[in-house]
Write a protein that binds this ligand. Structure first.
Ligand code: UYC
Length: 238
């Protein structure tokens, strides 16, 4: 049994990132040995000091291993002891507590998470925005690079890289910054019809890439423009 575990562990460690992403599923589907390989991977990640990408993203394999382990319910105590706040480090320069958002996202409660996300964005901007419960475009740059990266990393880690501002930005740039091309791609508009909040949005992982988090367009496109142009998405901005 020990040999088997070592072999699987070795196979996992020497695989490419793409293979590792597939191996996470295979390991979860097998038995206790598979689970221990994934736990070891998370332990190694912690021992390395939890490195993140230049824009603050948790490595996809780590996020997926965490998620699959979480979902089995067989590693609850280990995950809690190893990452007490969750897999995404909750850095804030605006003194915002993102723990409740991480908890909604790890449970895949997308609609509640989206609501709380928009409140946390306001809180990260200033007290006026928080009281108003929506953010004015000129307040977007009051949100620190750190905080916007934390928010984005939370969506990315818990959606397998499907949701988050950095995904929306990539799609938006791919559309040549043309909003009319962008809205249908993320299903915020179907033809000339705006997608109605909340019932017509897809609150699941079957949604198209970039579908979440939402930004209400009722007051115009300036908030979204400011979010897409925020320095958080420039790798060496801080
Ligand atoms: N709503 O249609 N939206 C609301 C979206 C628009 C409207 C909230 C997104 C178009 C009204 C969120 C889209 C529009 C309210 C979103 C969308 C419109 C409201 C709750 C696709 C009419 C009631 C948070 C772009 C044609 C509240 C909040 C109010 C709410 C999101 C209407 C998250 C992504 C242009 C009347 N919509 N919104 O901001 O303020 O209130 O009156 O974008």
């Amino acid at each position: 049994v020990e040999h088997q575990a070592e072999d699987l562990g070795e196979q996992f460690r020497s695989a490419t990132e793409k293979q590792q992403l597939q191996l996470v599923d295979a390991l979860i589907a097998t038995d206790a040995i598979g689970l221990s390989v994934l736990c070891d991977h998370l332990k190694d990640y912690l021992a390395q000091g939890c490195p993140v990408s230049p824009i603050g993203l948790v490595p996809p394999v780590v996020a997926k291993a965490y998620h699959q382990l979480y979902q089995t319910g067989l590693a609850t105590a280990f995950l809690k002891a190893t990452f007490p706040q969750g897999i995404v480090p909750l850095h804030s320069q605006n003194n915002v507590d993102y723990l409740s958002l991480q908890q909604l996202l790890v449970r895949q409660e997308w609609e509640q998470a989206d609501k709380l996300h928009n409140l946390k964005l306001c809180e990260a901007a200033n007290e006026t925005a928080l009281g108003r419960k929506w953010i004015y475009f000129s307040e977007v740059n009051s949100v620190s690079i750190t905080d916007l990266r934390t928010l984005n990393a939370l969506w990315m880690a818990h959606s397998g890289g499907k949701f988050g501002y950095s995904v929306q930005r990539e799609i938006w740039l791919g559309c040549g910054k043309n909003w009319d091309k962008f809205w249908p791609k993320i299903h915020w508009k179907d033809g000339i019809v705006w997608t109605r909040y909340p019932g017509r949005f897809n609150w699941s992982l079957n949604a198209p890439r970039g579908h979440l988090p939402l930004s209400n367009q009722l007051r115009g496109v300036q908030v979204m423009t400011a979010l897409m142009n925020h320095p958080a998405w420039t790798p060496d901005a801080d």
